[in-house]
Design a binder for this molecule. Structure first.
Ligand SMILES: [Zn+2]
Ligand SMILES: [Zn+2]
Length: 304
């Protein structure tokens, strides 16, 4: 039996991506969802408590999707990036649950855009803290988990309206920060490198064209020769700005231009219609991804 309040939250989440959806009502429905969940938990109604918990995640994903674009427009790219990674993590968390109809809540579209927009950000290297975890503790039963002892709960599963996760305890040897390409937490990003801010012009270009939050878009990466004029500061004996390990004079200088990543954007009308209007964008700056990559790879900073 479904409660009327629960149905109203489901309807709200289903309206996402349509003109009926009111982003401002998010807090109201989220609060309703949380308080309903607590009631179900105290009544030991596991099934409905789980339904509320999953709905809570769906509402957060939808909210963060809209928030991402707002943050980029406000020039808060690092916060927008955190939002994008939160969406990714939350989607991974609820994906195993067949109860969640991805199409109904437009989560399939959100997932697709959320993956694609990441390719427009200049981050390719991340920080990863080096430390030793003494032990983990189960968030459900509170038991200590060691190599020899595990409780009966599984990480990422729902038990009476609560997610099971492992809490890290007795952290020691917090002694270094490594620069890695595949971090556990993609939110640990550098803010600048060599005193230079990252170049967000490509992601800005996309967002400027997204006039309404539910406008559909797509992108395709390829490589194109960019005019040598854009690379006037690069000496013939410098490394080629295309990112190859050859010298400029032995590489792209011999060609009509520098082979660089290029992205095509494609914009549609509605949220789920096929994109049909094509716009082009050539990355303008020479501070590209590969420059940061070759500069920073393999650096390990030791903390004192
Ligand atoms: Zn446990
Ligand atoms: Zn080259």
């Amino acid at each position: 039996m479904k409660n009327k309040n629960l149905l109203s939250i489901e309807h709200y989440a289903e309206s996402f991506g349509t003109n009926k959806h009111k982003p401002k009502d998010y807090i109201k429905y989220l609060k309703r969802c949380v308080s309903l969940k607590e009631t179900y938990i105290s009544n030991n109604d596991e099934e409905n408590a789980k339904r509320c918990l999953l709905l809570e995640s769906i509402l957060q994903i939808q909210h963060n999707y809209l928030k991402t674009y707002k943050l980029i427009l406000k020039n808060k790219h690092d916060s927008a990036w955190s939002c994008i990674i939160d969406i990714e993590n939350e989607i991974e968390l609820i994906k195993p649950y067949i109860e969640v109809d991805f199409a109904k809540y437009k989560l399939d579209i959100v997932k697709d855009k959320n993956t694609k927009i990441q390719t427009l950000f200049p981050y390719t290297l991340f920080f990863s803290a080096g430390y030793t975890v003494g032990n983990y503790r189960c968030s459900i039963c509170g038991e200590v988990i060691t190599l020899r002892h595990r409780c009966n709960h599984k990480k990422g599963q729902i038990y009476n309206g609560r997610w099971c996760f492992w809490i890290k305890e007795n952290i020691t040897n917090f002694d270094h920060v490594a620069v890695v390409t595949n971090p556990k937490d993609k939110r640990c990003i550098p803010k600048e490198f060599n005193g230079k801010r990252f170049d967000f012009s490509v992601v800005d270009e996309l967002v400027i064209h997204i006039k309404r939050p539910y406008l559909n878009w797509d992108l395709k990466w390829s490589k194109l020769r960019h005019p040598h004029d854009l690379f006037k500061d690069v000496k013939e004996t410098d490394y080629c700005p295309c990112g190859s390990d050859k010298l400029y004079k032995d590489c792209c200088l011999k060609e009509s231009g520098v082979l660089r990543p290029h992205v095509d954007f494609d914009f549609g009308q509605g949220f789920s219609d096929n994109p049909n209007i094509i716009k082009y964008h050539y990355p303008k700056s020479k501070d590209n991804v590969s420059a940061f990559k070759s500069d920073m790879q393999g650096i390990i900073m030791t903390m004192k």
